[in-house]
Structure formats: C-alpha cells, structure tokens
Design a protein around this ligand. Structure first.
Ligand SMILES: NC(=O)C1=CN([C@@H]2O[C@H](COP(=O)(O)OP(=O)(O)OC[C@H]3O[C@@H](n4cnc5c(N)ncnc54)[C@H](O)[C@@H]3O)[C@@H](O)[C@H]2O)C=CC1
Ligand SMILES: O=C([O-])CC(=O)C(=O)O
Length: 328
C-alpha cells in the first residue's frame, strides 16, 4: 500500500536554492522513493516573486513526478506552514561580496520571529524544521524561541554544507574516497569561526589525523579553506552557493528522517548543555539519527586546540544571540 503524503513547506521557493531544491524533494531524494509529498511553497507577497514561484511550479508540473501529490503557492507563513511535517526555511537575503553572514541578521532576523510564530500556531507538532537562511544558527535560535509550544528539538540549523566541504577537502588531501570518511564533525557556528574537526575521523577504519599528520595544514590551510568556502564561492560565481546548499539541505533532512545507520553527521541543534555549550545555543554538533530523531554523540575528548576553537565560535554565537534579544 502506498504511503500517506507528507507536507513539506519550503520558504524562498522562487530563489536560487529553492530552484536547486524543490525538484529533488519532489523526486524523492529527500524523504525516500516511496514517500509522496505535498509542497507548500512560500514566497514574499510581491507580484514578481509570486509570478516567479508560479513559473517554478509550472516546471514542477512538467516533470510529472510520481511522488508529487500536491503543490500550493503561499504568500503568508500562516497558510504555508499549515500542518507541515517538514519546514525548510530558506527564504531570506543572501550576502554579497565582502560581507559576513552575521551582517544579515539586521535584515533577516525578523523573518524568523514571524515564521517561528506561524510554525508554533499551525504546523504539525512533530514538524522538523531546518533553517538555511543566514546567519543560519541564530535564525534557527530565533525561530525556536518564537515557537514555545513546539519541542525545542524540532529546530535545527544547517551545518551540513560545512561538513560536506570538510569531507571533500579531506578526500582530496588523502587521495581517498569521500564516501569512506566517517566520524567527521563541524562544531559551532556556520561562519568562518566554525571548527571542522577530523581528530576522530576514519577512512575504512584508519585514523585520518594519523594519515594527514600535519597540524600546520590543519590550522593554516584546512580550517580557513572550509571556514571561508562560502565567500570563495561568492567571489568566483558572483552569487552565493545554491546547488551545494540545496544538496546539503537534502542530506540533512534525509538523514534526520530516514536515519544514518550509526554514521556521524553534523547538525546545528539546540544544546542541552553538552560539551559546556549553554542550553539552547544552536550549535553544530556530531549526531547520529535513528527513527526520525537525532542523538548527540557525547563523551568526545576536547583537547586544548579544540577547546580554543570551540570557545571562539561559541563566543561569536552568544554575541549574535545577545544582538537579537529584542526579536524574541
Ligand atoms: N546555511 C547554509 O549553509 C547556507 C545558507 N544560505 C543562505 O540561504 C538564503 C537563501 O539563499 P538564496 O536562495 O541564494 O537567495 P535568493 O535571493 O536567490 O532567494 C531567496 C528567496 O527568498 C525569498 N524571501 C525573502 N524573504 C522571504 C520571506 N520572509 N518569506 C519567504 N520568502 C522570502 C526571496 O523573495 C527570494 O526569492 C540566504 O540567506 C543565504 O545566505 C546559502 C547557502 C548556504
Ligand atoms: O557564504 C554564504 O553567504 C552562503 C553560505 O552560507 C555558504 O555558502 O556557506
């Protein structure tokens, strides 16, 4: 018997990430090839944006996806999020050259107050929320704080692009297959302060740290490359990453919904105080996923270098959080 369709809300649906994301959700890459979906698409209530959204929906129609059980265009989060089982909050302004993501808080922060309240009012009580719009961690924090009737654990921020970037750099450095890399983690904020940590990583059971054995490369090449990759893409493309961001969103949601078979992945999740990260801080942590729930990997040793990095990214996040107190 075929499965009951689930409702997937996507904001910023006519934007560049939206265009790289919707077709993959509708084809079953996110929730499985046996899971029908109803897309509830939100754009700003502006004639041009709504018209562009209609165009994307025409193309979705033209794909005749067997799993696309329905599709709606919305200009109001109160209708877009109605009964949503999944919500991908992409819609917000991207940065341009020379900007840091945190500078977007002033223009984007308020979006997540309104959308958090709307999720609180109308979404499924089990809704799984992924915030992509930057600065992703703090926007996810705002949305979570604006939705007091939903479990905190339903709110997550996207660190998966950083995780995938780190894996790709390690594969290139070691000459090994990216698919064989396990136990990688990116701690903290989706910003240049993030700490991509391969101390526990393995490739076919062998230690990546031992394979690389080059702390100078770690500190002066690997970490800056991963941390500043978003800016490098903007510099090269003239636009911020879209296809790789959409791909990371698919990875994040698929793993959360369908499980990781014990494999570690990185998710931005609200802390419960582990690793000294204060409760509610939306922080990149290593997790495994099973039965639709993520579980933090606990008990990892934090050495002095790592502690210094974690402190730095935490400090930045706390500064961002303090700056949005008026939005909550
Ligand atoms: N967390 C991550 O790893 C990444 C995050 N991003 C962020 O994702 C966001 C979207 O990026 P793009 O798709 O490239 O931007 P874009 O400008 O191409 O599209 C954004 C879309 O969102 C819509 N929008 C704006 N405010 C909205 C609202 N309140 N409700 C619904 N829709 C709204 C706009 O009309 C536009 O169509 C940016 O903030 C960007 O910085 C981008 C790459 C990676
Ligand atoms: O850098 C940006 O502004 C877009 C983004 O978040 C990324 O590519 O990691």
């Amino acid at each position: 018997m075929s499965k009951k369709p689930v409702r997937v809300a996507v904001t910023g649906a006519a934007g560049q990430i939206g265009y790289a994301l919707l077709f993959r959700i509708a084809s079953g890459e996110m929730l499985g090839k046996d899971q029908p979906v109803i897309l509830q698409l939100l754009e700003i209530p502006d004639e041009k944006a709504q018209k562009a959204l209609k165009g994307v929906m025409m193309e979705l129609d033209d794909c005749a996806f067997p799993l696309l059980a329905g599709m709606e265009a919305h200009g109001d989060p109160m209708t877009a999020f109605k009964d949503a089982d999944y919500a991908l909050l992409v819609g917000s302004r991207p940065r341009g050259p020379g900007m840091e993501r945190a500078e977007l808080l002033a223009v984007n922060g308020a979006i997540f107050t309104a959308q958090g309240k709307a999720l609180n009012a109308v979404a499924s009580r089990n809704v799984k929320v992924l915030v992509v719009g930057n600065p992703a961690n703090t926007n996810a924090y705002i949305a979570m704080k604006s939705a007091p009737d939903l479990p905190r654990k339903n709110f997550t921020a996207m660190l998966r692009l950083d995780h995938n970037r780190a894996a790709s750099q390690i594969a290139a450095k070691t000459g090994k297959a990216v698919a064989d890399i396990e136990k990688l983690v990116v701690w903290g904020n989706h910003s240049p302060t993030m700490y991509a940590d391969y101390r526990f990583a393995t490739i076919k059971g062998d230690s990546v740290a031992k394979m690389i054995n080059d702390q100078e490369w770690n500190a002066n090449t690997f970490l800056p490359t991963v941390g500043k990759r978003g800016a490098a893409i903007i510099e090269a493309r003239g636009l911020s990453s879209a296809a790789s961001a959409a791909n990371a969103a698919i990875d994040h949601m698929r793993d959360w919904a369908l499980g990781t078979n014990g494999k570690w992945v990185t998710m931005g999740i609200p802390s419960d105080g582990q690793y000294g990260i204060p409760k509610d801080t939306m922080f990149g942590f290593p997790v495994t996923c099973e039965n639709g729930e993520y579980k933090l990997v606990e008990g990892l040793e934090i050495d002095a270098f790592s502690q210094e990095r974690i402190n730095k990214t935490l400090e930045e996040l706390q500064g961002e959080q303090a700056g949005v107190a008026h939005l909550i």
